[in-house]
Design a protein around this ligand. Structure first.
Ligand code: FE2
Length: 247
């Protein structure tokens, strides 16, 4: 066989094989995208189902989680987080207190302040949130952020007494959103504070409980929100509007 005919024979089947491979690679990529979308939708369905279970068990914590999500999103927008990061922050906020599913009702719904023993049991909830979420691949990051949402900036929080920038950024955001909601919500044993008073408390606790830079971003974002005078906020994952008023 001369060089010319040999090249012809080899080139033809190679070209045919290569276009077939390219087509199957394109098909495979398309299928992977499809599977990713399906997986994503299934995970979101699972997430909504878990949150509905939380609502059935403890309506206060469910609504609190929705508001913490809203406050966290306000902070996230001020920080100009990417869409991907906003999505992770949304998940972490919605699920930060999911561990309260394991807290006895007598403690969860106690119409008075908790005593020392009850508070000790209540303090297990970030670890329980971590245990529930970390078994689910999509919730790995949310699990970590939830675990540390009660760490204080000065290192006197729980469960691991992490300090300053050692605390994951999203956990520091969650603590501010969480505490702001606790301050402004009306409970059986005390009336919620007006936003303006709660802002002052956040500033006073900057550097001890909270990351001072984040408090500034939060208050700036919340003042913009207040000026909109909207009564409701939207939670994308739930595809629902919720009342801003925390009764
Ligand atoms: Fe919490």
């Amino acid at each position: 066989m001369d060089k010319k005919s040999s090249a012809k024979i080899i080139k033809f089947p190679e070209k045919k094989k290569s276009s077939g491979t390219e087509a199957s690679v394109v098909n495979m990529a398309h299928r992977i995208d499809q599977l990713k979308t399906e997986k994503h939708l299934i995970c979101e369905m699972a997430a909504r189902t878990i949150l509905q279970a939380l609502d059935a068990k403890d309506n206060y914590t469910f609504k609190h989680s929705m508001r913490v999500c809203y406050f966290s999103m306000v902070m996230g927008r001020e920080l100009k987080l990417s869409d991907r990061a906003m999505y992770d922050l949304q998940l972490a906020a919605l699920f930060h207190d999911i561990g309260k599913i394991g807290t006895p009702d007598a403690i969860l719904n106690k119409p008075a302040r908790l005593n020392e023993e009850e508070f000790k049991i209540m303090k297990n909830h970030p670890q329980k949130s971590y245990e529930i979420l970390s078994g689910f691949e999509v919730f790995q990051k949310a699990a970590l952020y939830a675990k540390h949402h009660h760490e204080r900036y000065d290192g006197r929080g729980y469960p691991d007494r992490l300090k300053g920038s050692k605390i994951p950024l999203f956990s520091r955001i969650l603590l501010i959103a969480d505490t702001f909601d606790a301050m402004t919500s009306t409970r059986a044993y005390r009336k919620g504070l007006p936003y303006s008073v709660a802002f002052r408390e956040l500033i006073e606790l900057s550097g001890s409980q909270f990351d001072p830079g984040l408090v500034k971003h939060f208050i700036k974002g919340m003042r913009k929100e207040e000026s909109k005078k909207e009564k409701e906020f939207f939670v994308p994952l739930m595809n629902r509007y919720f009342d801003k008023k925390a009764a």
